[in-house]
Ligand binder design. Structure first.
Ligand code: TRP
Length: 381
């Protein structure tokens, strides 16, 4: 057992550090994750010579995560957490861009999204999970970036356009139109290199790359140019077959969904419309369940395709195989979730993560101020 795995045993002993403002007065107590310090010391030669590259990605806490989030981004986070120093943002400020008039649910949604990520297999000893609104440096960076981002570029952002239409917005708020700038600050405050996201987020990463290039050109090299990592599975269609998985359409399976409800949703999902009776020949290329098999049961697909075309296998049996594969994925998630739901565990993980993110943000903003020549105390001193 390495040091790193000890924290999942729920054996956390944080200590408090008192922070002082410029005049030396205490501002607020912060939790520091002691285990990160120990790891940093133990791995000194390694980290000094070849610091790990960083990932930043995350979610808007507007509801529970579903299988679409899993294949689009979460699976990549879990897969890469050992290779990259991974930061997971719970983007509560971004959630406010559409939910500013109903903040009541945020506290619950923030917890749930954090739990979904941990249940999916992110190890809190490896990754830094934090809450966006507690990092004011992100808001600060957003303002600096906003000086040179054109309003037209934002208006033409395809994801902004699609979302504005979906929400029925005619007159966009400043915060909504500008959220890609804020997302650029999310990605750059920790100087991230890689951003695992679903395909709909690629325009935002593109926007971030432009901002980074412009910033570096204007003020000097501060940020690496981040790259999007999009899953090869592509977007997952909803169980109703005509849209992507989305909470608002009620056509998705949640990571925390109970087994019976998962099975029921798969049982009633549409398949190949031409397969009405058991012995009608199948067309896997038009069948949603086939897409799901490719994503969640890839080992079965080679056998399934000819069997479906020749009606050797029927939809009921095909769906049973999918239900079993989904259970294999989701059952361990339910178990892990129960561990993290024990009193105090999640709070500690989020406090530790947020404290580490805050330190990174402060370090980056010091570089930004220096580059932008607004580090007056240093200049005058
Ligand atoms: N916009 C993302 C979503 O809706 C969430 C998000 C916020 C994000 N900040 C980010 C994703 C930074 C990647 C990087 O899912």
């Amino acid at each position: 057992m390495t040091l790193r795995s000890s924290r999942t045993d729920i054996n956390i002993r944080p200590y408090r550090e008192l922070h002082t403002d410029i005049k030396g007065e205490a501002i607020f107590p912060r939790t520091i994750p002691p285990i990160h310090h120990k790891i940093a010391k133990l791995n000194l030669q390694v980290t000094d010579l070849a610091p790990k590259k960083r990932i930043l990605t995350g979610d808007r806490p507007t509801g529970p995560l579903h299988l679409g989030h899993y294949v689009g981004s979460v699976a990549n986070r879990v897969r890469l957490q050992h290779e990259y120093d991974t930061f997971i943002i719970i983007a509560d400020v971004q959630a406010l861009t559409t939910n500013f008039d109903r903040p009541e649910r945020l506290a619950e949604d923030v917890r749930n999204v954090a739990l979904d990520n941990l249940a999916a297999g992110l190890d809190p000893n490896l990754v830094t999970i934090f809450i966006q609104s507690y990092i004011p440096e992100i808001a600060e960076l957003t303002i600096y970036f906003s000086m040179f981002v054109s309003v037209n570029a934002l208006r033409h952002n395809p994801t902004i356009k699609t979302e504005a239409k979906a929400y029925g917005y005619s007159d966009l708020t400043y915060g909504f139109l500008g959220y890609p700038v804020s997302q650029a600050a999310d990605i750059t405050f920790c100087r991230a290199h890689l951003v695992p996201v679903g395909a709909d987020q690629v325009p935002h990463v593109e926007q971030t790359r432009k901002i980074v290039r412009r910033f570096n050109e204007l003020y000097g090299e501060v940020f690496p140019e981040p790259e999007a990592l999009v899953s090869p599975v592509g977007r997952l269609v909803g169980l109703d077959g005509d849209a992507k998985m989305s909470k608002s359409l009620g056509n998705c399976i949640y990571l925390a969904e109970p087994p019976e409800s998962v099975a029921q949703k798969v049982r009633v999902a549409v398949t190949d419309p031409a397969r009405i009776r058991r012995y009608d020949l199948g067309h896997p290329e038009v069948c949603i369940i086939h897409d799901y098999q490719k994503a969640f049961n890839p080992g079965f697909v080679e056998e399934l395709e000819p069997a479906c075309r020749s009606a050797e296998i029927g939809c009921v049996d095909c769906k049973k195989r999918l239900i079993a594969a989904l259970e294999e994925l989701l059952a361990p998630m339910r178990e892990r979730r129960a561990q993290y739901e024990k009193p105090g565990v999640l709070d500690e993980i989020l406090r530790d993560g947020t404290a580490r993110a805050k330190r990174e943000a402060e370090a980056t903003l010091a570089l930004v101020r220096q580059a932008m020549k607004i580090d007056y105390w240093e200049r005058w001193g």
